[in-house]
Write a new protein. Structure first.
Length: 396
């Protein structure tokens, strides 16, 4: 169950002498509403972004879609072929007349998972977070932005799988869906004029303790944003949003990085800055630089940066920005094309971002989809397979 928050903007004015209206309620009587008429005035989308933004299907997906997402691994682990794909679990093959339902189950974690929502119970703005690298791992995982449906894969450099040499990752690491740092755009929140985006979704550092809650790879969970660190990575802006899972027992008392330091009992800011400053040094590279003198800026600025990158993602999906290196294959893209919402023209300014409201949401564990690869067992050619042995036993 959810409600959607709307911002109504007045259009043409109605006669000033209309102060109320009545609604017949049959034998019960008539009720008078003294609200005026402005809230009933129809307002139609005026540009292509608003048409997408106010689509009747609530931006393609119901905001609680993450409750019905499953993970499907393929290829051997620790190999160039390994992938983790995302699928919807909401389709029932017995009720849908499709010959190949697997084709319709595919989702892009980057383009199809909604940006975030407002929790109606607390009125907090929460953003969906997709965990790529669990706390303590060394394998450098990433969203494959150049592949169909954008699965998670291990990063590769010069034909070899990448691993962190600086040590075990001291936090969870992933990204916020439906965001993009435009490589042709200089952020309004950076303190230098010649730095552009890194062509990826916005990165997230999630700081919860793994001894209390283990975040597995591929987990989608809402987070509360606490701040943002501006990393300058090889001449590009690479924002690092710092957040905490929304179901943390102390989430209502943690609103800033300083709160996190005090309540979680560790210096979160020092840990995060040290890692990003030095993690490339073992590879023979210099220490990284930061904007704003290594300051972790407030949650308000972090939200503005997320929304700036969400608008850049909008432009990318709607066709106002071209980037040949990125793969936009997704249910969202198919919907946009089918509805005629894409364009080759320069786009107008984007409207305010509207967040759906969720009531009594609860994060759920991810469902892992068992594939044939995971079910294979090794046995000698002359030995009966498990199925053969089972049939032989039943026959007796």
């Amino acid at each position: 169950m959810y409600r959607h928050s709307r911002r109504f903007i007045s259009g043409t004015r109605l006669p000033e002498d209309i102060k109320s209206f009545t609604l017949s309620r049959g034998s019960i009587g008539r009720k008078v509403f003294n609200k005026g008429w402005s809230h009933l005035e129809p307002r139609y989308p005026i540009n292509i972004q608003e048409r997408f933004h106010r689509a009747p299907v609530e931006r393609v997906f119901h905001p609680n879609i993450v409750e019905n997402v499953g993970l499907k691994e393929s290829g051997p682990k620790d190999s160039l072929e390994w992938r983790m794909a995302f699928e919807t679990m909401a389709l029932d093959a017995s009720k849908i007349n499709l010959t190949n339902i697997s084709e319709y189950k595919q989702l892009s974690p980057w383009h199809d998972i909604p940006l975030g929502f407002i929790c109606s119970n607390t009125n907090n703005l929460l953003f969906n977070y997709i965990n790529e690298i669990p706390h303590g791992d060394r394998a450098k995982m990433e969203c494959a932005t150049d592949e169909d449906w954008n699965p998670i894969k291990q990063d590769v450099k010069k034909g070899a799988l990448r691993y962190f040499k600086y040590g075990d990752l001291p936090f969870n690491y992933g990204f916020i869906p439906q965001t993009w740092e435009d490589p042709d755009h200089c952020s309004a929140f950076i303190d230098k004029d010649d730095l552009f985006g890194d062509n990826d979704p916005v990165d997230v550092v999630e700081i919860s303790d793994p001894s209390e809650f283990v975040m597995e790879r591929g987990l989608i969970t809402p987070i509360k944003v606490l701040g943002v660190l501006g990393l300058i990575d090889e001449g590009e802006t690479d924002w690092k949003i710092i957040g905490l899972r929304a179901n943390h027992p102390e989430i209502h008392n943690i609103n800033t990085i300083q709160d996190a330091n005090n309540i979680l009992g560790r210096n979160v800011d020092e840990i995060v800055i040290d890692w990003f400053e030095n993690y490339k040094v073992p590879d023979g590279k210099p220490v990284n630089e930061f904007s704003h003198n290594k300051e972790i800026r407030s949650s308000d600025i972090a939200v503005e940066i997320i929304e700036e990158c969400h608008r850049q993602w909008y432009n990318l999906m709607l066709g106002g920005v071209k980037n040949e290196k990125l793969n936009l294959t997704s249910v969202t893209q198919k919907y946009l094309i089918a509805q005629g919402l894409t364009t080759k023209n320069k786009l107008d300014a984007l409207p305010n971002i509207e967040y759906p409201r969720l009531v009594n949401w609860q994060p759920k564990p991810m469902q892992k989809i068992q594939t044939v690869d995971h079910m294979q067992e090794e046995y000698e050619p002359t030995e009966r397979s498990p199925d053969q042995e089972r049939k032989r036993t039943n026959a007796k």
